[in-house]
Design a protein around this ligand. Sequence first.
Ligand SMILES: [Zn+2]
Length: 241
Amino acid sequence: MYVADEALCRDVATANRIIERFGLSSAFGHVSARVPGTDTFVLPTRRSPGLADANNLLLLNTEGKLLAGDGQPNSEFWIHARIYAARPDVGGVVHAHPPGCICLTQIGQPLRVVFNSAAAFRGGVPEYDRIGLIRSRELGDLVAKSLGSSNAVMMRGHGMSAALPDVRSAAVVACYLEESAGLQLRMLSAAGGDMSRVRVYSEEDTAKVGGDNNASTLSRAWEYYAAAVEHLPLGHVKPGL
Ligand SMILES: [Zn+2]
């Protein structure tokens, strides 16, 4: 069944496999893409993102209505629907349960810029502090409100959501976020739990490396992640181990 442009569907399937192959998700998690210029978006059916199939996707709108495709959406589709409704600038959304992000929220540590790629988060990553799944329009609106104008939001004890202008950037920045959270945890541990001993980038440092996170860098990162998923087997990373 026709759901959306073939290239967009291919990117959605690849982005979903990326978040599973790179340890952001196992059985749960999902990536979507807005159909450009509309209030509709493409989302996989209800299964692991590692099993996403470009030929079996769904089309929903920001009101949560299923418009095309065979099957049921993931139960947290409201995250996607209400972020697209609140943010016309967003073209791709990732939601995942990566261990590093969960650990940071559970020790009350906000994400800090501690290496170059984390400059993507120089505006700060807000936190949605309610626990539990996002299975209603109201909760979806609350997540979108917590996200505000940022490119990602941490979700306490649950994971993260990222919202970028396109699905490729969303997948790459989601990987950066988990990489960053993991590095921050290792630094914090090596520093005996004292965050003041970690050399967090100053605004000046961040501005210096921030320009490196441009479209060509993101596109190079996508090229790598997308190629890697063709070679990595399903389930090769066990999140949390
Ligand atoms: Zn979730």
